[in-house]
Design a protein around this ligand. Structure first.
Ligand SMILES: Cc1ncc(COP(=O)(O)O)c(C=O)c1O
Length: 447
């Protein structure tokens, strides 16, 4: 029996043992440097080793271990929630903090259901979502997620309220092109609301820019405007899941700001605390808040660890660091450069089919044939091959995913380093990626 008592993803794999980190680098016990080209699971947004945030966590826990939000509130939580309003330029009014993105989306579902229920629309409960979306791993949010491989095996536990086609222009489910389409993917939302019965639908949830299921696929510029109109028409709440995109990752504080709309609720996580403490949140607009408040109903979400003062302290310090070092701007500038450089190397690599994403969240879809967009056979695991090559030979971590082609085939990668990255480090990451893709192409006989 092995000495390792960690229950890991892959029982048979030897993982690098990381002992410390600094900016975009992680170090093993023997001093090997690994480039964190993914920021963990697109999470350590500001980089490793920031004393100010670590100190804020320490100082807060020295003041008090924890307080329960059923009984008390803390100044640090109040101050932290206020920054969500500030960061959204006043779009969001009130915030509820939890410990992870899945919890945040569970809360969003409960809020949506209660909002309608207490306002007298008892029959409105369904949450419509999209295929090839990801909203988390607890059963409720896995039910609304449309990420086939992550749902696999758990289907008996998952409710089905309706899933619609994603907004995925590279492989439009309706066979259209972005410039000439009729936004059929947005129309699908209205069709589903009608098919389910508008009186039964509480909310529509989507990622403004897709996370790991479609690896940074951007929405058509007009998609969310049309979706917003449809939601308003049928009194359906619009929840945007910004667990991966929120707090700067796409070069704006929130990705919905790219699309000229305001959702009723935004869930955020990951980057919210810079990765220094488990934290996530649901924020709601003033309209939603007032609409709920005036019913006189209470909100009973559960979750012992919610409203955690330590998470709030980490968030405040991360937000301060982001602003003081102008990292939103650096994320935008370096993100554009990263995308440009990856697009340049894509020209010589036959398997690099589509380069997409905003800010420091750049997706690469791998294809067998660039002209026809034919995907590789899933058994080849092309994305995993590139990911493994990056780690094992280039000492760099990137994210890989499969199933972007209707859940059954399709390989893609995400490159998402921390916002502190420099131009030279972008070049270094692209160079490593270039070498890894060359090696995988050679190994697979691709010319
Ligand atoms: C868009 C999105 N929503 C929700 C989640 C779930 O968040 P967590 O893993 O913190 O529960 C994730 C995690 O990757 C995500 O990317």
């Amino acid at each position: 029996m092995s000495d390792n008592h960690v229950l890991s993803l892959d029982f048979d794999r030897e993982y690098p043992r990381i002992v410390r980190g600094d900016r975009i680098y992680m170090y093993t016990e023997d001093g090997t440097e690994i480039v964190d080209g993914a920021s963990g699971p697109v999470l350590v947004s500001l980089g490793h080793g920031i004393d100010e945030i670590a100190d804020a966590v320490r100082d807060q826990t020295k003041k008090i271990a924890f307080v329960h939000r059923d009984d008390c509130v803390t100044p640090v939580l109040e101050e932290s929630c206020k920054t969500f309003t500030e960061a959204s330029n006043g779009d969001m009014y009130a915030t509820f903090q939890v410990c992870g993105g899945s919890e945040a989306n569970e809360i969003a579902i409960k809020l949506a259901r209660n909002y309608h229920r207490f306002r007298g629309d008892q029959t409105k409960y369904k949450i419509i979502a999209r295929w090839q979306s990801y909203h988390g791993s607890s059963m409720g949010v896995m039910a609304i997620s449309g990420f086939s491989s992550r749902r696999e095996g758990y289907e008996p536990y998952l409710f089905e309220h309706g899933h619609v086609a994603p907004c995925y222009c590279y492989r439009c489910w309706f066979g259209k092109e972005p410039g000439t389409c009729g936004l059929e993917c947005a129309q699908a939302v209205e069709d589903e609301i009608l098919a389910q019965g508008p009186d039964t639908v509480a909310a529509f949830i989507a990622e403004p820019i897709s996370g790991m299921s479609l690896c940074a696929a951007e929405a058509h510029p007009d998609y969310f405007k049309r979706v917003r109109e449809i939601c308003d028409k049928y009194n359906v709440l619009l929840i945007l899941d910004e667990v991966m995109t929120g707090w700067g990752r796409t070069g704006k504080m929130f990705a919905y700001q790219h699309y000229g709309i305001v959702p009723d609720m935004v869930s955020t996580g990951k980057a919210v605390s810079g990765g220094y403490y488990p934290l996530a949140a649901v924020s709601v607009t003033k309209k939603f808040y007032d609409g709920y408040h005036e019913t006189g109903a209470k909100f009973k979400p559960g979750y012992s660890w919610s409203g955690n003062p330590t998470g709030a302290a980490a968030q405040l310090a991360a937000y301060k660091y982001l602003n003081e070092h102008d990292l939103l701007e650096n994320c935008r500038v370096q993100g554009e450069y990263l995308k440009k450089r990856i697009s340049e190397i894509a020209e010589k690599h036959p398997i690099m089919g589509d380069i997409r994403g905003k800010g420091l969240m750049v997706g690469i879809e791998l294809v067998k044939n660039k002209e026809t967009k034919e995907p590789f056979a899933p058994k080849l695991g092309m994305a995993s091959q590139v990911q493994d090559e990056c780690l094992e030979v280039q000492n760099m971590i990137i994210e890989a995913s499969s199933g972007c082609f209707k859940g059954t085939q399709g390989d893609a990668l995400v490159i998402s380093p921390a916002f502190v990255i420099t131009k030279d480090e972008v070049d270094m990451i692209v160079d490593k990626l270039d070498k890894a893709i060359t090696a995988v192409e050679e190994r697979n006989g691709v010319k």
